[in-house]
Design a protein around this ligand. Structure first.
Ligand SMILES: [Zn+2]
Length: 224
């Protein structure tokens, strides 16, 4: 820690200046799961969605599996009960911006602050009871220094992934499982989607994946 630096408060200012982040908090988590043992972190992006999110939650509950949901702020506001159900199930929430702009980092700092800070508030308000968000995931993996520093200064760890299901391309259930198994290993952070389009393939793949992971002795944790 730099000498003389007290712990800095994370609120972004309106003047469009970069807030300073505590040391280390702006590093992207690419892999690693909390706790010990053979585990993976399941993550679901672009929801909540009234059709798919409940199906994902039901499958997770059947397998006593936990996951992290990276939500779009306005969708969390539209479907607060889904956001509450995620917290009630013991899962975690992650900020996935207001507009899912994959070129966000090329735009002014003020815009980046709005995308990150306003979505955090929207998701947190939807979850209620002072629910805390721990992570920020940049839409499209658009990780600039600006994005990482704003996230870190707002107590959101930048959350990447190590194992991309590419489920949004809808390659078929077997294709999704093949994509996941290619990079599956203890500590993997698996990226899937519970929103943003027809996720019937994702739900079917998840049902099979959870059986497979159970049989392989994996447990389910949160990114660390
Ligand atoms: Zn996304």
């Amino acid at each position: 820690m730099p000498s003389g630096s007290a712990s800095q408060s994370g609120s972004a200012n309106a003047a469009g200046q970069l807030p300073s982040a505590p040391t280390g908090s702006d590093r992207v988590i690419w892999s690693g799961v909390e706790g010990s043992g053979k585990s993976v972190a399941l993550t679901f992006d672009d929801g909540p969605d009234p059709q798919w999110t409940p199906q994902v939650l039901a499958l997770l509950a059947q397998h006593h599996a936990k996951a992290t949901f990276c939500e779009i702020g306005p969708l969390a506001q539209r479907y607060p009960n889904l956001t509450k159900a995620i917290i009630a199930g013991g899962d975690r929430l992650c900020d996935h911006s207001v507009h899912h702009d994959e070129q966000q980092s090329r735009k002014p700092v003020e815009y980046n602050i709005h995308e990150i800070v306003d979505a955090k508030r929207e998701i947190s308000d939807a979850a209620g009871n002072g629910a805390k968000l721990m992570y920020y995931r940049a839409p499209g993996g658009d990780w600039s220094t600006t994005v990482r520093v704003i996230a870190g200064a707002n107590h959101l760890r930048p959350l990447g992934w190590s194992d991309d299901a590419n489920d949004w391309r809808r390659p078929g259930v077997d294709g999704i499982l093949r994509n996941i198994n290619q990079d599956l290993r203890p500590g993997a952070i698996i990226l899937m989607h519970d929103g943003g389009g027809d996720r019937s393939q994702t739900v079917q793949a998840l049902a099979r994946l959870l059986h497979q992971l159970d049989a392989q002795g994996y447990s389910y944790g949160f990114p660390a």
